[in-house]
Design a protein. Structure first.
Length: 109
């Protein structure tokens, strides 16, 4: 049985696009079978992004590690809202990382 924390999920790929909106900021994301919360950005990730942005107003740039980034909703939204930060995104799931890389090739934030 395949899990989202597997390096190489064995489930058949079925990419889809979803949107993540936070106030007046909106990003398009690419998700797939075998990644965490593929149908929508989960509540915990949304709260984390909102809290980060609320407690880190624009200012000096920071280096941020998004560990367990999945298909990228946290790192990509922070990059959209605060493009002066340097964000490194990491995940054990190769499919999830490929989705982030594909999204970055389509549109850089």
């Amino acid at each position: 049985m395949s899990h989202y924390y597997d390096e190489d999920p064995s489930v058949i790929s079925n990419e889809q696009r979803i949107q993540y909106q936070l106030k007046h900021h909106k990003i398009d994301l690419i998700t797939d079978n075998g990644v965490f919360s593929k149908d929508k950005v989960d509540y915990g990730s949304d709260v984390l992004v909102q809290t980060f942005l609320k407690t880190h107003p624009p200012g000096p740039s920071k280096r941020i590690a998004d560990v367990g980034c999945g298909y990228g909703p946290i790192g990509l939204m922070i990059a959209k809202v605060s493009p002066h930060h340097s964000i490194t995104m990491l995940d054990v799931n190769h499919r999830a990382l490929a989705l982030v890389e594909k999204k970055q090739k389509i549109k850089r934030y």
